[in-house]
Design a binder for this molecule. Structure first.
Ligand SMILES: [Zn+2]
Ligand SMILES: [Zn+2]
Length: 272
């Protein structure tokens, strides 16, 4: 069944009208829980059954404690939070530690908690409500992952936060190839790639240190992609968004790459 993918937040920072990373698939699967989650109504928040996290950095998790507080006890079942071991351990130790925030795995009771954590491994696929979600390897300043999200009719990839990573592009291309054989389709099974670029070319040292892309490294890597899907840029630093996009465009022109790249916007809805 076709999935809808709604952008709640896609900025590398906050200010008026800018929200950090969060996407809603259909009406009950959340990918990351940045400040964009705060724009959902209580009814929309109550419907969320699953949250897939890319990593434990604050701009991707900050709305999780608050959404549990807002709707957790009024839901018939726990919100299930998926993440790699490092992400889940970080949440337990540093957020839900009864210091920064109450331990919602015991609220209102151990038997019927508001939240349950599930650890996933890189390469593992989890199936929720007919959507298959696979954790992809990436290269960030802390352990992190991206996601290959498969509706059964097509796929969307979200990189999360990452710098250059050979493994990321290999994993995507290998999934594209296996789908080509299985589905015998001439058109691309992968329909959308949402990939981060956080810094400008002049900040490339900072990009390298913090595990993020800058335009030159992105354009060099994106040419490994074995698909002509739509490419959407996310996680642009608020102050520099137009400059980063300009630099990506001119790097693409210089490399004579065929790819069409645009920045993704809050409120946008993709289908796949
Ligand atoms: Zn990060
Ligand atoms: Zn981030």
């Amino acid at each position: 069944m076709t999935c809808t993918f709604r952008v709640l937040g896609c900025s590398g920072g906050i200010s008026q009208d800018l929200r950090t990373t969060s996407f809603l698939i259909n009406d009950n699967i959340l990918i990351d829980a940045g400040t964009g989650v705060g724009d959902l109504t209580l009814d929309e928040l109550r419907k969320i059954d699953y949250l897939f996290l890319t990593h434990s950095h604050l701009d991707h998790i900050c709305s999780l404690p608050l959404m549990l507080d807002a709707v957790g006890v009024n839901r018939p079942k726990p919100l299930i939070v998926y993440g790699i071991a490092h992400t889940i351990q970080a949440l337990r130790s540093h957020i839900f530690n009864d210091v920064i925030w109450p331990d919602f795995t015991k609220i209102p009771s151990l038997e019927k908690p508001c939240v349950a954590f599930e650890t996933i491994k890189i390469g593992q696929t989890v199936s929720v409500d007919h959507v298959q979600i696979t954790a992809l390897p990436v290269n960030h300043s802390i352990p992190a992952n991206g996601y290959w999200i498969d509706s059964g009719e097509g796929a969307l990839v979200f990189s999360g936060d990452t710098g250059p990573s050979k493994e990321f592009w290999e994993a995507i291309n290998s999934n594209i190839n296996s789908k080509k054989i299985k589905n015998d389709r001439t058109q691309d099974y992968l329909q959308h790639l949402i990939i981060e670029t956080s810094f400008t070319n002049t900040e490339q040292e900072l990009a390298k240190l913090s595990g993020h892309y800058h335009p030159e490294s992105l354009v060099m890597n994106v040419q490994k992609l074995n698909s002509l899907c739509s490419i959407w840029i996310t996680h642009l630093k608020p102050d520099e968004a137009p400059k980063i996009m300009q630099e990506i465009t001119s790097c693409l022109e210089q490399s004579q790459a065929e790819f069409q790249v645009q920045s993704i916007k809050s409120g946008q809805v993709l289908k796949f």
